[in-house]
Design a protein around this ligand. Structure first.
Ligand code: NDP
Length: 685
């Protein structure tokens, strides 16, 4: 072993650079061996942020959501092909194969998931938010909201427990939004983040400046933030508070998203007995949450609430389940729980457990000894799972406030459903909470009663357990974050997450101006009346606002009778014999779906093949005024929005989705119905 270990490199301002000085020594969590050194001494943090804003930001913000999404997908594929490289590095953090899979492939999965999210956005660099709002009687003045990418840089300060996922779950979101990132992983496991960033940069998939990495201290980075930047922090509440209250962060009103300590709770429903499948589901979930990642998970279950008459039976079942967990070197295939991330972390966990022991007792495990395979328990940062019991959870605050960030959890009794809710709230805000019950009334009471204190809640029972993603898995499509102690943040969450990196702007103007800006046709905007039917145009040729106004069609009683017979819909309002007194109608009224069919009959153009491949469905459909016999209906048919589609296979027909606004208008010029329909339209190339 060489005496002076290699320094990790920082990727900044487009170059791999090592910091000055000897740096912090990083150790293998399993063997205690020195791995590398990390230092950021001498780095110019102002220029790092400036480079991201100046070079990375314009490159990303000019790309459309679809281009950014395809970039994420390409990166995910590239990294996935090289995933085997990262496992041996991950084992050195003390992570087992499963733990590493969550971190590594979970991280790549996040890229895939956010890549797919592009389909929910337009093929533009910015997007609308919500629906247009009418602001005038005459319809010439409306409001809307758009989201534009911020002009700054995302600064991610991450925790040590997920060196890969922690980076990618955040970066996937800011990249999709069009904002670059500088990632500062927790120093002790930054060698794994560095290994992945090396591959990301080598891929050449990201534009210059989209990603920078600093391995080591964050230096004076926060002295240089501006209001266009976004800071995300994952780590301890105390560091979070310090960073969040940094004068520059406060002065510039820099958005600060925090994920901190979380005393997550699981509740065993009062209905669950040992002979029910939910009993085993509960025991298994608790064991999994205590041992995966050796309990170093922000979402891990720290508090276990059980009906008081079942306490002994439950803790004994958990203890015997924990007994079966093999602990040791992750390289050994039999190992189910690895080590903590380092000796410092083990020491910290023990200190936290000591605090808990003032009001609780250990019913499983030992603070001082642990049986491990293929490793030295003294050199590696191993710790036995510790199940604590606290008989008086209302009298004790430590159990709801002290987080031991390791394989540690405390079981506590409750008397009734209301007590379970009150106890779960005593954690003062958590990332997630689970109730295991087969009784949906209990589940509803718990979710509604305790929902204000948890970011995500899982109802686990036999119906979903097999396919459940589990208590501890944050998912890219769902909100991850929690109120109060959990930091008050909200990262990920599909479209919600992306919005953190964009500025919401209320815009006001004429429907025609708002159409031009949003690239979505707004009702009452000027259309482009053309002699060529829009169905004759290819995807590329169509323009938002392309419009036709159709012939009129007279609606007769015979039409309505025939439609009733054909569809089988003989609702009384459509029958001329009906006595209409006391109904909503004056006389025989046309079926709404008949009006939609009449509309199609009017706007569909020809018998010949044209670029329209198929009718894809209806987004919105409203019948706004009854149509009686004798009405004369015509249609204003307008190209509303265009969404390109990728080719799925080489022999796919190149095409896109086109949304059309269908306005059904009667002889008095009043609207009787409105719809947004979708078609698939061929591309020329
Ligand atoms: P810290 O708060 O010490 O560190 C978190 C991150 O902040 C690290 O990247 C760290 O860098 C950085 N940091 C620390 N001080 C500063 C500073 N002054 N300026 C800028 N950055 C700074 O937490 P730990 O990593 O020690 O984790 C301990 C606790 O974090 C756990 O006990 C747990 O409560 C919580 N945690 C919460 C998670 C969640 O998602 N909610 C996940 C993981 C941990 P460096 O490594 O260089 O010190």
């Amino acid at each position: 072993m060489c005496f002076y270990m290699a320094k990790l490199e920082n990727y900044i301002t487009g170059e791999w650079i090592t910091g000055d000085g000897e740096g912090q020594v990083l150790y293998d969590a399993v063997t205690g061996e020195e791995i590398a050194r990390a230092t950021t001494l001498g780095l110019d943090f102002a220029s790092i942020l400036d480079y991201g804003r100046r070079v990375g930001n314009p490159a990303l913000r000019e790309m459309t959501f679809h281009e950014r999404g395809r970039m994420l997908r390409a990166l995910a594929v590239y990294l996935n092909e090289r995933k085997e490289k990262f496992y041996p590095v991950s084992y050195r953090t003390g992570a087992t194969k499963l733990d590493s899979w969550i971190d590594i492939e979970g991280g790549f999965g996040n890229l895939f998931s956010n890549a797919s999210l592009r389909r929910k956005f337009p093929d533009l660099p910015y997007c609308t938010d919500g629906d247009p709002i009418g602001l005038s009687k005459g319809g010439t003045f409306i409001g809307h909201h758009i989201l534009v990418p911020k002009e700054g840089i995302a600064i991610h300060i991450n925790a040590y427990n997920f060196p890969v996922w922690g980076m990618l779950e955040k970066c996937a979101v800011n990249w999709l939004a069009g904002v670059p990132a500088v990632v500062k992983p927790a120093t002790i496991t930054s060698y794994l983040t560095e290994a992945v960033v090396k591959e990301i940069i080598a891929s050449g998939i990201l534009p210059a400046g989209a990603l920078q990495l600093i391995c080591g201290s964050a230096g004076d980075i926060l002295d240089h933030v501006t209001s266009q930047d976004v800071i995300t922090f994952t780590g301890s509440a105390s560091t979070g508070l310090k960073l969040r209250s940094h004068p520059k962060v406060l002065n510039e009103s820099v958005p600060f998203n925090m994920e901190a300590d979380s005393l997550n709770a699981i509740v065993l429903g009062e209905d669950v007995d040992p002979n029910m499948p939910e009993w085993d589901i509960f025991i298994k979930e608790v064991r999994k949450e205590m041992t995966v990642k050796a309990g170093q998970k922000c979402t891990a279950i720290r508090r276990i609430f059980v009906p008081q008459n079942k306490m002994e039976e439950v803790w004994k079942a958990i203890a015997s389940s924990l007994q079966q967990t093999t602990i040791g070197n992750p390289l050994n295939e039999k190992v189910r729980m690895g080590s903590l991330a380092g000796q410092g972390q083990r020491q910290e966990v023990k200190q936290q457990v000591q605090k808990l022991l003032a009001s609780s007792q250990i019913v499983y495990g030992s603070m001082d000894s642990v049986d491990v395979i293929d490793a030295d328990p003294n050199k590696g940062a191993f710790l036995s799972p510790l199940l604590l019991l606290n008989e008086k959870p209302f009298a004790s605050t430590a159990v709801h406030e002290v987080e031991a960030f390791g394989p540690v959890s405390t079981i506590m009794p409750y008397k009734n459903a209301d007590e379970a809710i009150q106890l779960s709230k005593k954690g003062k805000g958590s990332l997630c909470s689970t109730i295991v019950t087969a009784n949906n009334k209990m589940a509803t009471d718990y979710i509604v009663g305790a929902g204000t204190y948890h970011g995500r809640m899982l109802v686990l029972n036999a119906e979903c357990a097999k396919e459940s993603t589990g208590h501890g898995s944050p998912l890219p499509m769902l909100v991850h974050g929690g109120p109060g102690r959990a930091g008050g943040g909200e990262e990920m969450g599909g479209i919600r997450g992306v919005k953190h990196y964009m500025q919401r702007v209320a815009i006001q103007g004429s429907p025609t101006a708002i159409t031009a800006i949003t690239k979505v046709y707004q009702q009452n905007a000027k259309g482009n009346l053309s002699t060529i039917h829009p169905f004759k145009k290819y995807f590329e040729e169509l323009e938002i606002g392309d419009q036709i106004i159709t012939e009129k069609r007279l609606i007769t009683s015979e039409d309505i009778d025939r439609f009733a017979d054909l569809s089988g819909d003989h609702f009384y309002a459509h029958l001329k014999e009906t006595d209409f007194s006391g109904t909503m109608f004056e006389k025989q009224v046309a079926h709404g779906y008949f009006m939609m069919s009449v509309a199609a009959g009017l706007f569909v153009d020809s018998y010949e093949k044209n670029p329209v491949l198929l009718n894809y469905g209806i987004d919105e459909l409203r019948f706004t005024k009854p149509v009686y016999t004798g009405a004369e209906i015509h249609i204003r048919f307008t190209c509303k929005e265009k969404i390109p589609q990728d080719l799925k296979e080489a022999n796919d027909i190149p095409k896109g989705i086109v949304k059309w606004l269908v306005e059904m208008i009667d002889e008095t010029n009043e609207q009787v119905g409105i719809a947004t329909i979708l078609t698939m339209v061929k591309r020329k190339s």
